[in-house]
Design a binder for this molecule. Structure first.
Ligand code: ZN
Ligand code: ZN
Ligand code: FE
Length: 751
């Protein structure tokens, strides 16, 4: 019996070789019909005998390309049309509904082979196919077709055209298809010369890197700065050039085997490193990684080559690893313009490698780590953005502005949240411009019409100010409620939960700085069950750069003004005049907002142990405290719980341990255990009061591996169901998703 069906597939189905894969499945079952892209996804018309059509449908999920992902598959019965062939038909842009935009995909093994063997692609560094290559970074509009990408200025040569139009070819409809005869090219700018021969470029680059030089290299989503991982002088020069005192650099290894020589890599970490997304993975250092790459940390961010040029450089390079850090100065967005790169990076590097294809959407390397065998996203950008998160709510028309630091914004389409690439800290003009430009591009690309905006309660955030200019209704969401809602959205939770949110800072609804919060909450609203005790934060936000100042405030609060006289050794390495100033600020309560921040608590302990009294980048003190901690120690300190959680006894016991010369590693380990106890004990108290058994953990402090791992294990042991973040950062990069979800829920409830 001949039947006819229409199949509508939504999800990540464009720009990933989806239609050719469907074609191949149809041909293998000898079926006729069509497949086409439109703005709402992929539409298949399929005709043939009933058994084969059913086999065809069953085959789809198993035979689609690696980077694709089906979010829905709808089947409609149709009248017999009488197709004689199976054909891929031209993209039509009909509706306003959009489909997903593919993230960029690391170069595949077949393409690497082609670079060695295929006549028109010998040593061609822009080789790609439907399974790999640039996507989001080059897309200007949908549907995803070459004229709407930055490949539009490269007319295909005849042989590329042939591959592009041969259905069984791996490059069939590969929009960025290119070869030596027709595609983009690299140029090396070196000593007033412009070198365009790729082999000379690779050779010169290797020479410069081996001689200790710095090379700026245009990547997929922005420029990188590269130097030899094993050359101390180069690393020092790079730090100087980037004006980066302490922030860690990421490194790239030639391959997984070389990485394993220097780093401890478990199965999950290996899977993440070698995945098509090729993120940076934070790994424990085994040996011989310079202390100056990740100062004071026991981990380093590692990635594997993902562009053909990376592979070509490593094939010639005598060292197995290079530093590959974003090409920018300080905290500005990574550079994407060739002109700026030559001007700015040319100044601080020995050579600049550019190429003549425009990067349209800027992305940074994504950063991940594995905790308790689960991948956790720390920075979500290249090869992750702009993949959406499915929510169970109607999110249509909601714009979520995100937070101030490590900002991402989000837009609501249907029941999806489309989260932007990592934008950065919204505190300089360049980042704000990137933010506004990206919002405009998302509006166009995703046919997004904002009707409701969500912002943080903090009126001074630049993201909040942006929202106020939009002239649409505005919803305000408390920062830590947004953290918890973000995690709930990731897990599809829509009920009352115990929400535990620890981070550096967020404005509370009482006007104080929050960050050590225990909520009983759902998506729409929250009740603050308890909190870390308020401590004056001398000098306001600036205290984050000077952990010793918060430490001083804790100690004065708990042990009085004469603490500096009683235990002078604690203040040994602190400038006495500065100490006096801070004491006076605290005594007179000048610019001392109250803070319950977990981040500031970790800062204070880090300073107290002499690990990081002053920090040069965000969260340096807690990260170094974590690195120092002996995670195998089982002891802990006491703390006090009445209505709130006080760490007076914790600090007293830590000082006692310091006096007794207990080693710093053990003290740091016991402090981590203490916070784990606080989490689990408090959850038990809330459970007793409310009967709620589901615990949601979110906030930047949960990027701490020891804290999260031990909290998960202990919560499970006590019978709690726990939920933590994986796909979406638990830091402020996840705030936009939480804001969007809260607004959608409140709209649904007409609150
Ligand atoms: Zn490929
Ligand atoms: Zn070509
Ligand atoms: Fe936060």
């Amino acid at each position: 019996m001949i039947i006819s069906k229409e199949i509508i597939i939504k999800g990540l189905v464009q720009g990933v070789g989806f239609r050719p894969a469907i074609y191949r499945i149809a041909i293998s079952h000898k079926l006729n019909g069509t497949v086409e892209n439109n703005n709402s996804g992929v539409i298949i018309n399929i005709e043939g005998d009933k058994k084969s059509v059913n086999k065809f449908i069953n085959d789809i999920p198993n035979r689609i390309p690696i980077a694709s992902n089906i979010s829905s598959l709808e089947i409609i019965e149709k009248q017999i049309f009488g197709y004689n062939t199976f054909e891929i038909i031209k993209s039509s842009s009909k509706s306003n509904e959009i489909t997903e935009v593919s993230p960029d995909i690391g170069v595949c093994n077949e393409c690497l082979e082609d670079i060695k063997n295929q006549e028109n692609r010998l040593d061609y560094p822009f080789t790609n196919c439907t399974n790999c290559g640039p996507r989001f970074t080059i897309i200007k509009d949908l549907p995803y077709d070459r004229p709407l990408t930055t490949m539009n200025v490269f007319p295909m040569c005849q042989s590329c055209k042939d591959e592009y139009s041969t259905i069984l070819n791996r490059r069939f409809h590969a929009q960025p298809i290119a070869c030596n005869n027709c595609g983009p090219r690299y140029t090396l700018h070196y000593q007033n010369e412009e070198i365009v021969d790729i082999n000379s470029i690779v050779r010169s680059t290797c020479n410069i890197l081996e001689d200790g030089g710095i090379v700026a290299i245009k990547g997929l989503g922005g420029y990188h700065l590269a130097c030899n991982t094993f050359n101390e002088r180069s690393i020092a020069n790079l730090r100087l050039a980037k004006n980066r005192e302490g922030k860690p650099f990421a490194i790239m290894f030639k391959d997984i085997d070389s990485a394993k020589e220097y780093l401890n890599i478990n199965k999950q970490e290996e899977r993440l490193l070698t995945s098509w997304r090729k993120p940076i993975v934070l790994l424990k250092i085994k040996k011989n990684i310079s202390k100056n790459i990740s100062i004071g940390l026991d981990t380093v961010g590692v990635m594997l080559p993902y562009m053909p040029l990376h592979h070509m450089i490593f094939n010639k390079l005598t060292v197995k690893s290079i530093v590959l850090t974003s090409g920018n100065i300080s905290d500005e967005p990574v550079l994407i313009s060739d002109k700026d790169a030559l001007l700015v990076l040319g100044e601080i590097s020995d050579a600049v490698i550019s190429y003549n294809r425009e990067i349209y959407n800027r992305t940074d390397d994504s950063v991940t780590k594995v905790i308790n065998t689960i991948p956790r996203t720390i920075r979500r950008s290249r090869s992750y953005a702009p993949s959406p998160i499915e929510t169970k709510l109607n999110t249509e028309g909601i714009f979520a502005a995100g937070a101030e630091l490590v900002n991402c914004f989000a837009i609501g389409k249907g029941n999806q949240a489309i989260i932007s690439q990592h934008i950065g800290d919204l505190k300089n003009l360049e980042t704000l411009e990137f933010y506004e430009e990206s919002i405009n591009r998302f509006r166009k690309l995703f046919r997004f019409k904002p009707i409701l905006a969500v912002m943080d309660m903090h009126p001074d955030y630049l993201s909040s100010r942006f929202v106020e200019k939009m002239n649409i209704p505005v919803v305000k969401v408390q920062h830590h409620h947004a953290h918890i809602a973000s995690c709930m959205a990731e897990h599809g939770l829509d009920e009352k939960v115990i929400g535990i949110s620890f981070d550096g800072t967020g404005l509370g609804d009482d006007g104080n700085i929050w960050g050590g919060e225990f909520f009983v909450c759902d998506l729409a609203d929250y009740e603050r069950f308890t909190q870390f005790e308020y401590i004056p934060q001398p000098g306001g936000d600036a205290v984050a750069k000077h952990p010793w100042r918060m430490m001083t405030s804790y100690l004065i609060k708990y042990f009085g003004e004469d603490i500096t006289v009683k235990y002078p050794t604690i203040f040994d390495n602190i400038d006495k005049d500065e100490l006096k100033t801070i004491q006076s600020i605290i005594a007179h309560n000048l610019n001392c907002p109250l803070s319950s921040s977990a981040g500031r608590l970790f800062d204070s302990v880090s300073a107290l142990l002499g690990i990081c009294p002053n920090s040069t980048y965000h969260a340096e003190a807690p990260m170094q405290l974590e690195s120092m901690a002996n995670e195998n120690i089982s002891g802990s300190y006491s703390y006090l719980f009445s209505d709130i959680i006080s760490f007076k006894s914790t600090f007293a016991e830590i000082i006692e341990d310091l006096i007794n010369n207990i080693n710093i590693e053990d003290i740091a380990g016991k402090f981590h255990n203490t916070i784990v106890n606080v989490i689990v004990d408090t959850a038990e108290i809330i459970l007793k009061k409310t009967g709620i058994n589901k615990v949601v953990l979110s906030g930047g402090s949960f990027q701490n591996s020891i804290l999260l791992e031990k909290a998960e294990i202990l919560l499970a042991a006590k019978g709690f169901e726990y939920f933590t973040q994986s796909q979406i950062p638990s830091n402020d990069g996840g705030i936009a998703l939480g804001q969007l979800t809260v607004a959608a829920k409140r709209r649904e409830l007409k609150l």
